[in-house]
Write a new protein. Structure first.
Length: 228
């Protein structure tokens, strides 16, 4: 059985279980997934040469846009590597709020949950002028409000929108945090951004995606376990 077939079988089983029991808190394990900040040093030495051309309209710097994906790009991102600035990138790095992922990581992500991601292919020039390995900017394009507050143990803070005055919740992760998500909302998704979760950009993955990344030996990824 292939990875895709296994995931399809799992998805069908979970859908049937949810229909039988109504909406329910998930027994699945979920993890905060983010580029691993550990290791010290200068970090990676990669920079996008044409950042100015890739800025979201109205923004003064290149950062993650308010809309998901890269449809606003008018040029292909051009990566350059300066070994004086840091090491070569791992399979996953953080860049301006986006993920920077290798070719093999892109393949894993697309195999597990293609609809959860958008990718922008980059060119990559090494210091000697030769072409570097293939990398992509990656954005998690699925956003859900799936956190089960009653089953979770999480610090909830109230903030206020400066323009509208409307209050909203922020979920803060502390040492005693336990995160539980609702199956009726998550469904067959393996990756999503949990709105207002102040950790790792709110990026949540399930055990299936974590296992696929580990099986592929991908580097530079941190999976934080808040299941108990």
């Amino acid at each position: 059985m292939t990875v895709s077939q296994s995931l399809d079988t799992w998805s069908d089983a979970m859908t049937t279980q949810t229909k039988l029991s109504g909406h329910r808190s998930s027994a699945r394990k979920f993890f905060v997934m983010q580029p691993d900040p550990r290791g010290g040093g200068k970090g990676h030495g990669v920079k996008i040469e044409n950042e100015d051309a890739l800025k979201y309209p109205g923004f003064i710097v290149f950062v993650r846009a308010p809309q998901p994906g890269f449809s606003y790009f008018t040029e292909k991102p051009r990566l350059i590597y300066d070994k004086r600035a840091g090491r070569m990138p791992r399979d996953l790095e953080l860049y301006a709020g986006y993920w920077l992922v290798s070719e093999r990581m892109r393949q894993v992500l697309e195999d597990v949950d293609a609809e959860g991601f958008a990718f922008a292919e980059c060119s990559f020039i090494l210091p000697d002028g030769s072409t570097g390995p293939q990398y992509y900017l990656c954005d998690i394009v699925r956003t859900l409000d799936a956190l089960d507050e009653h089953a979770s143990t999480v610090l909830v803070e109230i903030d206020k929108d400066h323009d509208t005055g409307e209050e909203f919740k922020i979920y803060c992760v502390i040492s005693t945090t336990k995160l539980v998500f609702r199956d009726d909302i998550v469904g067959s998704s393996h990756i999503f951004r949990q709105i207002r979760l102040a950790r790792g950009g709110g990026t949540i993955c399930d055990a299936a995606l974590r296992a696929a990344c580990k099986a592929a030996g991908l580097t530079g990824i941190q999976f934080e376990d808040f299941n108990s």
